[in-house]
Design a protein around this ligand. Sequence first.
Ligand code: PCA
Length: 194
Amino acid sequence: MRILISGFTEFGDNKVNPSRLLAEQVNACSGHEVDWFGADVRGVVLPVEFEAGFQRLRDEIGLFRPDAVLSFGLAASRQTIDLERFALNWRESSSMGSSVAAGELLPGCPLALPSTLPIEGILDRAKGASLPMGISHSAGTYVCNDVFYRMQQHFLRSRVRSGFIHVPPVSADCTLDQLVQFTSLAIGVLVRGR
Ligand code: PCA
């Protein structure tokens, strides 16, 4: 099984983006140091730009042909690793320095698309490992949601499972090691089917 992990570059006042650190860490560690359950795992770092972020991911999807994509981004105000349930077909001009017009991402497409990750299974495993976990019903209306929505639309009629996870800033309460551990657990659920 091939699994693609995406993170984002730094943006705005966020000088460190843990999702980038995670994607880079994934490329640096082999299946010997971290249990990838036999999966071939690759990380990619995306630019924080509407459309261009997903274009980079789509290029990587075309090259790597993953069976599942776990896309990560930073949510600076959150304290838990949040599995996002829905991507919204909407973007808003944001306070983060971009000035796009508010509107639909893909006109004529559904208002929302669900994550196709086994959210409950992943949540159970991660809580069992005492990771700080949550479920979120909105990935916002900025670039994370843009990538999430376009990805779900891209895989709509395929068997590839995909979804988005927002992570808090790296701190003593949520370390990079814990993000790697979460990724390993989630991959375990995808590989074993439970
Ligand atoms: N977080 C932003 C975009 C990039 C990132 O890591 C977001 O939540 O939209």
